[in-house]
Ligand binder design. Structure first.
Ligand code: SF4
Ligand code: SF4
Length: 393
């Protein structure tokens, strides 16, 4: 980047005002520093703090600094967990700014990081970040699950649940079928929601994916989308309306996470958990579900509806929940950092005295199951939806 760069992509993304606001409003209070899960991996140096990244962006904006490779790397050592946003008293949209700065680094050729380039190439070729065959996107579909040809509700599978963790998706589809809610499913026509691409600044590719999905949803006449993935629901809920407008496409679709559907069905008594499950559980709030979508009560309401379940909270919960370490492309490019963050959260879960760690996010689930194994932890892992389904049968 040249010394006089004006961070032009912020203009294109409509974030110039947010950046100006952040640069003029940041009080340098440093509240964001101790809560940031990745800051300690910079040796505790100030340059790795969220505050410092804002300060450096100001220098670039003023033509007094450059987005050097070191700074670009620091921008990518961020899980986009929003803990900094939560504690910042000045309402600065910090994660939007980090993501736009990453996009700027991609535009100038120094970002993203190698692992992100690799899944970016897979997305271009296969429409998913795992390099899995497009034609097998519906391989999670069980023979007794029959989506409707046409329905107002679309079940969005997402890449991780469709290819890597089908039980979360299968549970959702089984429950919709059980209560007689018709839903359609786009199968191999669905493409990656763009979350890993968007979060790592690869916006040209993200535009293609979002445009393709928005056209598909509109052609199918979808009014509501439900998905079990916290990353997909965050992206569909918050990013799609903005990008659809940017791309000149219609967007009039409500997005819900499966936890919201389950709670509605429980309240309407259409789901009745009857089987007693004798477990002491502790619930981890996924960043993309909690801070990003304000979904804190629903998973707890589901757990409390199950006979025999005792919910024991961790000290850091709800809006103060710690991160699992997987988000924002950190697990892909900095696996050791992600593992350390995940291990520390598992140890916190152990301290509650619970016997089971539960959550509602495929990325948190992957991180925690690996940590539980590596730490030889006495805790078991279960998905909230898995316990719900078990108590119904
Ligand atoms: S989003 Fe999370 S990891 Fe990124 S700077 Fe903020 S607190 Fe740190
Ligand atoms: S918490 Fe907000 S105001 Fe305080 S230093 Fe961090 S970004 Fe600036």
């Amino acid at each position: 980047m040249t010394k006089n760069s004006k961070l032009s992509l912020f203009d294109e993304l409509g974030l110039s005002e947010s950046l100006d606001y952040a640069l003029s409003t940041c009080a340098r209070c440093g509240f964001c520093k101790p809560v940031c899960p990745t800051h300690p991996f910079g040796g505790g140096f100030e340059a790795f703090s969220p505050r410092s990244k804002i300060y450096h962006l100001k220098k670039i904006k003023d033509g007094k600094g450059e987005l050097t490779n070191d700074w670009v790397e620091r921008l990518y050592q961020c899980t986009t967990c929003e803990r900094c946003v939560e504690v910042c008293q000045t309402d600065i949209p910090l994660v939007q700014i980090w993501e736009a700065a990453r996009a700027e680094s991609v535009k100038m050729g120094s970002g993203p990081m190698p692992a992100h380039k690799k899944f970016g190439k897979f997305v271009e070729e296969f429409d998913n970040p795992y390099g899995e065959p497009k034609a097998e996107r519906d391989r999670w579909l069980l023979p007794d699950i029959k989506p409707s040809e046409k329905a107002e509700i679309l079940l969005f599978g997402g890449c991780t649940c469709s290819y890597k963790m089908p039980p979360m998706l299968q549970t959702g589809a089984k429950i919709l079928t059980r209560v007689g809610i018709p839903f359609c499913y786009a199968g191999g026509k669905e493409v990656c929601c763009s979350s890993p691409i968007l979060r790592t600044g690869q916006i040209e590719s993200a535009k293609r994916l979002i445009g393709s999905n928005v056209d598909l949803f509109n052609e199918m006449g979808v009014k509501k989308i439900v998905t079990p993935c916290s990353g997909c629901s965050k992206t569909l809920r918050h990013d799609y309306p903005v990008w659809a407008k940017h791309l000149g496409k219609k967007w009039d679709i409500k997005v819900v996470h499966f936890s919201e559907i389950y709670v509605d069905l429980l309240r309407q008594k259409k789901l009745k958990p009857v089987r007693e499950l004798k477990r002491k559980v502790t619930y981890h709030d996924p960043c993309h579900l909690g801070r990003a979508q304000n979904i804190y009560d629903e998973p707890r309401e589901i757990l409390n509806s199950i006979p025999g379940i005792e919910l024991i909270e961790m000290d850091f919960k709800r809006k103060d929940s710690k991160c699992c370490g997987a988000g924002g492309g950190v697990k892909a490019n900095y696996p050791d950092m992600a593992t350390e963050i995940s291990n520390s959260r598992v140890k916190e879960a152990e301290e509650t005295g619970a016997d089971t760690l539960v959550t509602m996010c495929p990325f948190c689930q992957t991180s925690f199951t690996q940590s539980l194994k590596a730490l030889n932890s006495p805790l078991q892992f279960a998905g909230v939806e898995e316990l719900l389904l078990e108590s119904l049968e």
